[in-house]
Design a binder for this molecule. Structure first.
Ligand SMILES: [Zn+2]
Length: 164
């Protein structure tokens, strides 16, 4: 199944892969970045949940943050992080070729993830991060739980919505 990579083919910034092996890893990891997210979204949708995909959140003085799956009413931001791009402790690896390119780049990704989470939380969002290796139905169950809790908070808190 050919998942189209997030944001299309924006690989202009990547170095020329030095070996077919590295090229294959890059290609595989790019597609694996989106496959698990689609599976999770499918489970969420089947459960009757509605959400925004690739939802951009702007906060003062920070670069906009694009959330993989956003539940805007309860301010829940969900990320599905690719094991390679986000250096999963179980599956994250640095390609031996171009290591001087990849190591800082992958470290920067992790740092950026941390910053994005912190920024969103400061702005009142709850952040849930999953790895692409996480089982979609388990992830979905956690999201449903979170939404349950957050919905209570919304009801108890300042009523921003009209009606009942
Ligand atoms: Zn992993």
């Amino acid at each position: 199944v050919g998942w189209s990579g997030r944001g299309g083919s924006t690989n202009a910034a990547y170095p020329t892969p030095s070996t077919p092996y590295v090229r294959a890893i890059m290609r595989a990891n790019r597609s694996r970045d989106t496959g698990p997210e689609l599976r999770l979204r499918h489970v969420l949708h089947s459960a009757g949940l509605r959400y925004r995909v690739n939802y951009t959140i702007r906060t003062d003085g920070k670069r906009p943050i694009t959330v993989d799956v956003a539940f805007t009413r309860v301010h829940l931001a969900v990320f599905v992080d690719g094991c390679f791009w986000h250096s999963c402790p179980e599956h994250g690896t640095t390609p031996a070729a171009n290591a001087t390119y990849w190591s800082p780049k992958l470290a920067r990704n992790v740092e950026r993830d941390r910053e994005a989470s912190a920024t969103l939380e400061l702005a009142g969002w709850t952040v849930a991060r999953f790895w692409e290796h996480d089982e979609p139905t388990r992830a979905a169950r956690r999201i449903v739980d979170l939404i349950g809790h957050l919905s209570c908070d919304v009801r108890v808190g300042i009523s921003t919505q009209s009606g009942n």
